[in-house]
Design a protein around this ligand. Structure first.
Ligand code: IPM
Ligand code: MN
Length: 387
C-alpha cells in the first residue's frame, strides 16, 4: 500500500494493567506525527474487562476483525491491577495471556524481533564500558518449538501423575527463521557499510555482520542438530555474514560478559523468550524494550507490536509506568510499515529520536507517564517545525 491511497489502519489494544496508560501516551505521540496518515482504532479487547462482560478475552471472530488492520499495537496483558483494588477481576495466566500466543500463532507471525542496544539515560547495569557499544537483534522463532501447546497430564493428583510437554521443530519452520536472521544481518551489514548504522564494536572481531545460532544440542540433541544443520546450509548462501554457535547456557553468560560480540542472534521460541528478558536488561531494562511479531513472507498479515514488558499490576493506574518501551514499539511498527512508505520510515526515526532525547534529559525516574507523553509529543512537534 502506498500512502497516497489511504491511511494505515492501526488497531490499538491497550489491554490490562499499565497497558492503557502507556498506550494513551503513545497514542498522543502517533497523533503528533504529521505523517504518515494513521487511522487509529482503539479496541476493548483483549482485556480483563472484555472477559468480565463476554466470558472470553477476545471475540470469537477475532481473526476476521484483525484482518481489517495493517498492524496491531498492544499495550500489555496479564493481572489488571494492584491487589488492594476491591474491584480487581482476576483470571489465570493461561486465560489472560493466551491472546498473545493466539495472535502470534493464529496469524502465523513466525518471527519475533527484539533489538537491544543501550539507551543513554536508561539504567546501565553492566560496569564494563564496552557494553555501551552493544547493538544486537534477537530473533525468536514464534510459531512452534516449545510453545506448541501439545502434551497433557496423566492421572492428575495421584502419585503416578505424569506431565508430558512436546517440543516440535519442523525443517520449514527452522529454515524460515534462520533465513530471516541472515536477511536481517545482511541488511544491517549494508546499513553499516552505508554509514546508516554505527559500525560494530571494536572488540567484536572485525566482522560487519554476524549471526549467532543458539541451541542446547549437547543435551537436547535432535532439535539442536536440526537447527545446526539448517543453519550451516543457509549460512552458505550468505558469505559476507560471519557465523557462530552458542549453547543457550553459555549464551546467557556471554550476553552479560561480552554482549558487544553479538549482532543478530537466532533462537527457538523458549530460548528466545529467555534471552530477550536478558537482552532487555542490556538496553536499560524491561521499561525500554520493544518487540515485534511479524510474518516476513506475507506482509499482508497484520503484524503485532507489543513491548516485552508485562502489565506491572503493582503500579497500574498510578501514572507511574514509563512509556518508553511502548513508544519504541510504536516506532518498530512504523519501521515495519516503512518498508513500503518513506513517511512511515522517517516517522519511526522521529519517534526514536524524541524518546532518546527525553531519556537523555530526564532518565527513567521521577516523571509521570503522562508527562513523558506530553514532552515527547512536544519534542516531535518542535523537530517538525524546525524541519
Ligand atoms: C513474552 C512473554 C510471553 C512469552 C508470555 C507472557 C506468554 O514472556 O512476550 O516474552 O512467553 O512469549
Ligand atoms: Mn518473555
Amino acid at each position: 500500500m502506498g500512502q497516497t491511497e489511504r491511511a494505515w489502519r492501526i488497531a490499538l489494544m491497550p489491554g490490562d494493567g499499565i497497558g492503557p496508560e502507556v498506550m494513551a501516551a503513545t497514542r498522543q505521540v502517533l497523533e503528533a506525527l504529521p505523517e504518515p496518515a494513521l487511522d487509529l482504532v482503539e479496541l476493548e479487547w483483549p482485556s480483563h474487562a472484555w472477559h468480565r462482560r463476554h466470558g472470553t478475552m477476545m471475540p470469537e471472530d477475532w481473526t476476521d476483525r484483525v484482518s481489517a488492520f495493517d498492524a496491531l499495537l498492544l499495550g500489555a496483558l496479564g493481572d489488571p491491577g494492584p491487589a488492594s483494588d476491591p474491584g480487581r477481576y482476576l483470571l489465570p495466566d493461561g486465560v489472560s495471556l493466551a491472546p498473545l500466543l493466539q495472535l502470534r500463532k493464529g496469524l502465523d507471525l513466525w518471527a519475533c524481533e527484539r533489538p537491544a542496544s543501550p539507551l543513554p539515560g536508561a539504567p546501565q547495569y553492566l560496569a564494563d564500558q564496552r557494553a555501551l557499544e552493544t547493538d544486537m537483534l534477537v530473533i525468536r522463532e514464534n510459531s512452534e518449538g516449545e510453545y506448541v501447546d501439545q502434551g497433557g497430564r496423566l492421572a492428575p493428583g495421584t502419585p503416578r501423575e505424569t506431565a508430558t510437554q512436546l517440543e516440535v521443530f519442523t525443517r520449514a519452520g527452522t529454515e524460515r527463521i534462520i533465513r530471516h536472521a541472515f536477511e536481517r544481518a545482511e541488511q544491517r551489514r549494508r546499513e553499516r557499510v552505508a554509514g546508516l548504522r554505527a559500525p560494530r564494536a571494536a572488540a567484536a572481531g572485525g566482522y560487519d555482520a554476524a549471526v549467532c545460532v543458539v541451541t542446547k544440542r549437547n543435551a537436547v540433541q535432535y532439535a539442536g542438530e536440526l537447527w545446526s544443520d539448517v543453519f550451516a546450509e543457509v549460512a552458505a548462501e550468505y558469505p559476507a555474514v560471519h557465523t557462530h554457535h552458542e549453547l543457550i547456557d553459555a549464551c546467557c553468560m556471554k550476553f552479560v560478559t561480552q554482549p558487544w560480540q553479538f549482532d543478530v542472534v537466532v533462537a527457538s521460541n523458549l530460548h528466545g523468550d529467555i534471552l530477550t528478558d536478558l537482552a532487555a536488561v542490556l538496553a536499560g531494562g524491561m521499561g525500554v524494550a520493544p518487540s515485534a511479531n511479524v510474518n516476513p513472507s506475507d506482509r499482508s498479515v497484520p503484524a503485532l507490536f507489543e513491548p516485552t514488558h508485562g502489565s506491572a499490576p503493582d503500579i497500574a493506574g498510578q501514572d507511574r509506568a514509563h512509556p518508553a518501551a511502548m513508544m519504541l514499539t510504536a516506532a518498530a511498527m512504523l519501521e515495519w510499515l516503512g518498508a513500503d512508505d518513506a513517511q512511515a520510515a522517517s516517522a519511526a526515526v522521529e519517534v526514536r529520536e524524541a524518546v532518546a532525547a527525553e531519556m537523555l534529559q530526564y532518565g527513567m525516574e521521577g516523571r509521570t507517564c503522562s508527562q513523558v507523553g506530553t514532552s515527547v509529543c512536544e519534542r516531535i512537534r518542535s523537530s517538525v517545525r524546525r524541519g
